[in-house]
Design a protein around this ligand. Structure first.
Ligand code: SF4
Length: 306
């Protein structure tokens, strides 16, 4: 910074440190998806993903090093939670992907999802600060619209309400995966503490406060949630609060218990939801060949240090 005096530069370096993330490694998938392994100042590594389509680029960012929750189908759950990311470390992942998007796809980053490693609502303050920084106009922020940001949670009712109170104007996604309590508790054991009724209450609170429809993220596994009973339970859940459903293609993490259900089951889910006028989309996973797809982020190439 040669535009400021030498004395001030020395004074600044005595009192402050700048700790940017560094790109440790990146891999590009056959479908254009880029997975970044970024190193933090303390040697920990997290992953973030650039997902391109013809007209837009989405960044999937991490909010924690590892995760303290225990979703059985998720590779990140196998990593111990080391620490929360700072707001700056989250914003840095976004800036890096914006640069990559401009360089490789000739357009800036258009959307951000907080769906990488970690549970964003368990790093609440830093996630909120990062959203504020991303949505603050230039030159103090990245100047992105909050409407293009989605915070995804595995379902912590009190924190969903707290996020609604922040009035950030971002979208909310809930990883549901089963609307049958006992079944959900088996797939996501931590959720025993958070009954579906409480989650529904918090979603209604979110909708009343923000007016924004919640996205339900739902993976269909063979022999786990592929029956009529599962479909009916999801329909009943979705009738109780304004939502849209994303059926997400599953990517194996090497556990034989979790296998993607056959396409006819997905079709049956779509038919059941549409019969009740519930909006449903099928989300094909991207970056499978480089373990960058949903649930696959596990620092496979770079293990966390410490
Ligand atoms: S799905 Fe999300 S909340 Fe669940 S273990 Fe994986 S990173 Fe954590």
């Amino acid at each position: 910074m040669t535009s400021i005096s030498k004395e001030l530069r020395e004074e600044l370096s005595r009192h402050f440190v700048i700790q940017p993330i560094t790109l440790e490694e990146h891999q590009k998938s056959n479908d254009g998806t880029i997975k970044n392994a970024v190193k933090l100042f303390d040697g920990n590594v997290v992953e973030s993903v650039l997902i391109p389509t013809d007209s837009r680029t989405t960044a999937c960012v991490s909010s924690q090093v590892g995760c303290s929750l225990d979703c059985k189908f998720c590779a990140t759950s196998r990593l111990k939670r080391m620490r929360n990311l700072t707001a700056a470390e989250i914003v840095d992942q976004v800036s890096l992907i914006d640069q990559q998007s401009k360089r490789d796809f000739n357009h800036p980053l258009s959307n951000i999802v907080y769906m990488g490693m970690g549970e964003p609502l368990l790093n609440f303050n830093n996630v909120v600060d990062s959203v504020k920084k991303i949505t603050t106009p230039h030159p103090n922020g990245l100047g992105m619209s909050p409407r293009r940001i989605t915070v995804s949670t595995s379902g912590i009712p009190k924190m969903i309400e707290k996020l609604a109170d922040e009035n950030l104007r971002v979208g909310l996604a809930l990883s549901l995966h089963s609307a049958i309590e006992e079944k959900r508790n088996k797939i996501m054991p931590f959720s025993e503490k958070f009954p579906l009724e409480d989650i529904l209450d918090s979603l209604r609170y979110w909708y009343d406060k923000t007016g924004s429809r919640i996205t339900i993220e739902y993976i269909i596994w063979k022999d786990i949630n592929d029956t009529k009973e599962d479909m009916n339970a999801l329909v009943r859940f979705c009738q109780r609060v304004p939502v849209k459903v994303n059926l997400i293609e599953y990517n194996s993490i090497g556990d034989p218990e979790f296998q993607q259900a056959p396409p006819e089951i997905t079709d049956a889910y779509i038919a059941a939801l549409e019969r009740h006028n519930i909006i449903v989309n099928v989300r094909r996973s991207r970056g499978k060949d480089i373990d960058a797809a949903c649930g696959q982020l596990a620092n496979k190439n770079k293990l966390t240090v410490n």
